[in-house]
Design a binder for this molecule. Structure first.
Ligand SMILES: CSC[C@H]1O[C@@H](n2cnc3c(O)ncnc32)[C@H](O)[C@@H]1O
Ligand SMILES: [Zn+2]
Length: 432
C-alpha cells in the first residue's frame, strides 16, 4: 500500500466542526485511511501548515466545454440566450473543440478545489479522455434533445444518450460514472421520454435533466399535460433516489414533497439563475422538507466561471433573499450543498473527510489578509474564501495540484489551445 499524509493543517469534519488533524490516504485504494493527530507517517507528504483540509468540492451540474463560450453572449434570459446565441454556435463545435473546452474547465476546477463534476454535453468521449488525463472524478453523459428533429433523429439522439452512458460507465479507473440525459421536460417530447426512461431504468442508469428552471418552462407543461412539471416527470418515472435534476427554481410545495418523497436530488445553480434572471430557488424550503440539494455552476457561459466557492457564497446570499430570512441557508448549509449534498445527489462517496470515503480533498491556504482573523472557518469557506486560495487538490488519492501548480495537465498549453479554438469557433459561427 502506498500512502499520502496531508500534514499540519486543520480539517473540516462532516459535522462542520474544524479540528487540528492530519489526513492519511491509501493511494492504491483512493480512500481516506485515517484522520487524526496520530495518523500514520505516510510514504508521501503534503504540507498543509496554515491551511484547512476540506472535502474536494463537487460541481453537481455543468457543461464543462462551454468554457469556450465564456463571455460570448451575456445579459439575456435563458430562451433568447440559447436560441439566438448559444445553440447556433454549438452547432459548429467539433470534437477537438469540446476536448479543449473540457480541459480548460477541468484546469479551472482543479485550481479552485473542485475534484468531481457532473456534466451534460455531447462529444462525451472527448470529455471522458480529458477527465482520465486530468485525474478528476466525473459523472458524464450525452444530452438528448428531440424538439426540432424528425423521428429518426430524435430516436437516434435518445439512443445515443443510453449507449454513451452504458459505454463510459466505470472509465478512467472507475472515476467516471454516467447518467442518461434527457435535456429537459420541454425539449424532449413525451413519446420519447415514455419510451426511453423505462429503458434507462432497466439498464440501471441514473438520470440527469434540467427542470423547473424558468417560469416560461412551467406553463407549457401545465397547458399540455394538465399538471405541474414534476408531477409530469413523476408519471414518466423520472423521479427516484438515483436521479437528479438541475435548477428546481419554480417548484411549488407539492413538487417539493414529490422531490423529498422520491429522493430525487436537486442541483441548485444560483449564479446561472441570477444571471439569466430565471428566479430564486426555494433552497431552505427544500432542505427543510428533506430534499437532497447539491450545488453546481452550470456552464461557464451563464456564470461566468467554475469556481464553486463563488457558488457557495451565492447560494447562501440568494437563499436568504428567497426566504426573506437572514438565517436561511446558513454558512454550514451552503458548504454542505457543495460537498455532501452534491456527492449524495450524484451517487459518489466523496464530500466527507472520514475513513473509507474517496480521498478527494482540497487544502485551502488561510494566509490571505481577506481570511484574517479566523473566528469561524466555516464562515470563511462560505463568505470569504475564493478559488485562488486553494493550495493543493487531491483526487482518488492522487495529488492533482501541489502548491498551486496543476500536475496532470500543462496549464499554459490548455489555456492557449482553448483560446485559439474559441476564436476559430466564433469566427466559423459568424460566417454561417
Ligand atoms: C445538448 S448538451 C446540453 C445543452 O444544454 C444547454 N444549456 C446550457 N445551460 C443551460 C441551462 O441553464 N438550461 C438549459 N440548457 C442549458 C447547453 O448550451 C447545451 O446545448
Ligand atoms: Zn445546465
Amino acid at each position: 500500500m502506498t500512502t499520502l499524509r496531508i500534514a499540519g493543517g486543520q480539517v473540516l469534519r462532516p459535522d462542520m466542526t474544524v479540528e487540528r488533524a492530519d489526513v492519511l490516504v491509501d493511494q492504491d485504494a483512493g480512500e481516506i485511511l485515517e484522520v487524526g493527530v496520530e495518523a500514520g507517517v505516510g510514504d508521501e507528504l503534503l504540507e498543509a501548515d496554515g491551511g484547512l483540509v476540506i472535502p474536494g468540492l463537487v460541481n453537481g451540474h455543468t457543461h464543462v466545454a462551454m468554457t469556450l463560450l465564456r463571455g460570448y453572449a451575456d445579459d439575456k434570459p435563458l430562451d433568447a440566450w440559447l436560441q439566438e446565441d448559444i445553440w447556433p454556435v454549438e452547432a459548429e463545435l467539433t470534437a477537438e473543440d469540446v476536448r479543449a473546452g473540457a480541459e480548460l474547465g477541468i484546469v479551472e476546477m482543479i485550481k479552485s478545489g473542485t475534484t468531481a463534476f457532473s456534466d451534460m454535453y455531447f462529444h462525451v468521449s472527448e470529455i471522458a479522455d480529458a477527465v482520465d488525463e486530468a485525474g478528476v472524478r466525473a459523472v458524464l453523459g450525452h444530452t438528448a434533445i428531440t424538439v426540432g428533429k424528425d423521428e429518426e433523429g430524435a430516436e437516434a439522439d435518445m439512443q445515443e444518450s443510453l449507449d454513451v452512458a452504458l459505454e463510459l460507465d466505470g472509465a478512467a479507473d472507475g472515476r467516471i460514472s454516467t447518467t442518461f440525459q434527457p435535456h429537459s421536460l420541454t425539449t424532449v417530447g413525451e413519446e420519447y421520454l415514455r419510451e426511453f426512461v423505462p429503458r434507462a431504468r432497466e439498464a440501471g442508469l441514473p438520470m440527469h435533466f434540467h427542470a423547473n428552471e424558468t417560469e416560461g418552462e412551467v406553463e407549457p407543461i401545465v397547458d399540455e399535460h394538465g399538471e405541474r412539471p414534476l408531477a409530469y416527470a413523476d408519471g414518466i418515472g423520472l423521479l427516484s433516489p438515483e436521479n437528479f435534476l438541475a435548477h428546481g427554481v419554480h417548484v411549488d410545495d407539492e413538487e417539493i414533497d414529490l422531490l423529498a418523497d422520491s429522493g430525487t436530488g436537486v442541483i441548485h445553480c444560483p449564479a446561472s439563475n441570477m444571471k439569466l434572471a430565471s428566479g430564486m430557488a426555494p433552497v431552505q424550503r427544500m432542505l427543510d422538507a428533506g430534499v437532497t440539494v447539491g450545488l453546481g455552476t452550470d456552464g461557464a457561459a451563464s456564470n461566468n466561471d467554475l469556481d464553486m466557492f463563488d457558488e457557495i457564497r451565492d447560494a447562501a446570499m440568494l437563499g436568504k433573499l428567497a426566504a426573506d430570512d437572514a438565517s436561511a441557508v446558513a454558512a454550514a448549509d451552503a458548504v454542505g450543498l457543495a460537498t455532501a449534498g452534491s456527492a449524495q445527489a450524484l451517487g459518489i462517496d466523496s464530500g466527507r473527510i472520514e475513513p473509507g470515503a474517496n480521498a478527494d480533498l482540497a487544502v485551502v491556504d488561510l494566509a490571505a489578509p481577506r481570511l484574517t482573523p479566523q473566528h469561524d472557518l466555516v464562515s470563511h469557506l462560505a463568505y470569504a474564501v475564493n478559488g485562488g486560495d486553494v493550495r493543493h487538490t487531491i483526487c482518488d488519492g492522487d495529488v492533482l495540484m501541489r502548491d498551486r501548480e496543476v500536475l496532470t495537465l500543462y496549464e499554459p498549453r490548455v489555456r492557449d489551445a482553448a483560446a485559439e479554438r474559441a476564436d476559430a469557433l466564433v469566427e466559423r459561427a459568424g460566417d454561417e
